[in-house]
Write a protein that binds this ligand. Structure first.
Ligand SMILES: Nc1ncnc2c1ncn2[C@@H]1O[C@H](COP(=O)(O)OP(=O)(O)OP(=O)(O)O)[C@@H](O)[C@H]1O
Length: 300
């Protein structure tokens, strides 16, 4: 089963065009949808999840016409939205059981087995009696995955999952996602480049509603191999370098700014050749659209 998105466009009533002729083919496995804040990721995810209508375009999931057969999609969809609201005064076990009823699992024994299995899978079994209001951010996200898995989904959409998680929780969450990708279409929508690098076999970069790059992360990294150069500079020198070179990113390293430049040849002997990273792919792609990318757009 694969997900096909063809020529999808959407303009909101305030005139913002969130999606511009988006065309993507998403196979089974983990697919990363990468883009800065406001790129249109959530608009695309909500449209695929049948929560909002596009102005034009088509989406199919296997044989299902997503925009017309919404009930069919909902039966095979697991959706973990950006903000996952929980009922604070209910325990994880009770809420999951309740959501299972809503998903149509009416047999009590079957439901109890499923709820137990999902709580174990997401490492929440020991917290099953705890009220969700007392859950940490990471525990809530894992609960979100548990509820998304209730219906044995064929399509899983995860919107910005790891923002705000500590490194241990992020690892736990990644391991869980990696397991899901084996026989399901999993779309991971994020502005965190490392999440895509670590997890996804395929990806697209979206910016200002447009798909700017699609393909395999390793191939995209390879395509700019030998063209990335690094230099430590002094504070205050950045503007000079910007006007002279194709500066793709700047970061502080031990209190000193470090720039990365894209160039076919060594810009000058003070620049050091470095391995290309997915982050370089991301910045070069987004900057090629003549827009500004600042620290806010990128969270390492
Ligand atoms: N319901 C809406 N009405 C009007 N404009 C909207 C609506 N939802 C999103 N937008 C605008 O559409 C653009 C794309 O937003 P969207 O939420 O899809 O992006 P995103 O990539 O998910 O960003 P973020 O990571 O910040 O959620 C933004 O400019 C946003 O302000």
């Amino acid at each position: 089963m694969q997900l096909t998105i063809s020529n999808l466009s959407k303009t909101y009533s305030n005139g913002i065009q969130a999606l511009k002729d988006v065309t993507l083919t998403i196979p089974q496995g983990m697919f990363g949808l990468l883009g800065p804040n406001g790129a249109g990721k959530s608009s695309l995810m909500r449209t695929i999840a049948t929560l909002q209508e596009p102005d034009s375009g088509e989406i199919t999931l296997g044989d299902i016409d997503v925009l017309r057969q919404k009930d069919e999609v909902r039966k095979v969809l697991g959706y973990l939205p950006q903000e996952f609201g929980v009922y604070p005064k209910i325990s994880a076990e009770v809420l999951l059981d309740h959501l299972a009823i809503l998903k149509g699992i009416s047999n009590k024994g079957e439901r109890a087995d499923l709820v137990e299995a999902l709580l174990k899978k997401t490492n929440l079994y020991q917290h099953r009696k705890k009220n969700l209001g007392g859950f940490s951010g990471g525990m809530k996200q894992r609960f979100g995955i548990a509820q998304a898995l209730l219906a044995d989904p064929k399509l899983i959409i995860v919107d910005e999952p790891t923002a705000g998680l500590d490194p241990a929780e992020r690892n736990r969450f990644h391991n869980l996602l990696a397991e899901l990708g084996e026989n399901t279409v999993v779309i991971l929508s994020t502005h965190i480049v490392d999440d895509v690098r670590e997890l996804c076999t395929d990806m697209a970069i979206i910016h200002q509603g447009q798909v700017l790059l699609k393909g395999n992360p390793a191939e995209a990294i390879d395509a700019i191999k030998g063209k990335i150069w690094r230099k430590r500079i002094e504070k205050g020198e950045i503007e000079g370098y910007r006007s002279q070179y194709h500066v793709i990113s700047e970061k502080m390293f031990a209190g000193q700014p470090e720039i990365r430049v894209m160039s076919d040849l060594q810009p000058d002997p003070s620049f050091e050749a470095v391995e290309s990273h997915l982050e370089d792919v991301y910045f070069t792609t987004i900057l090629s659209e003549n827009s500004t990318v600042n620290e806010e757009n990128y969270v390492a």
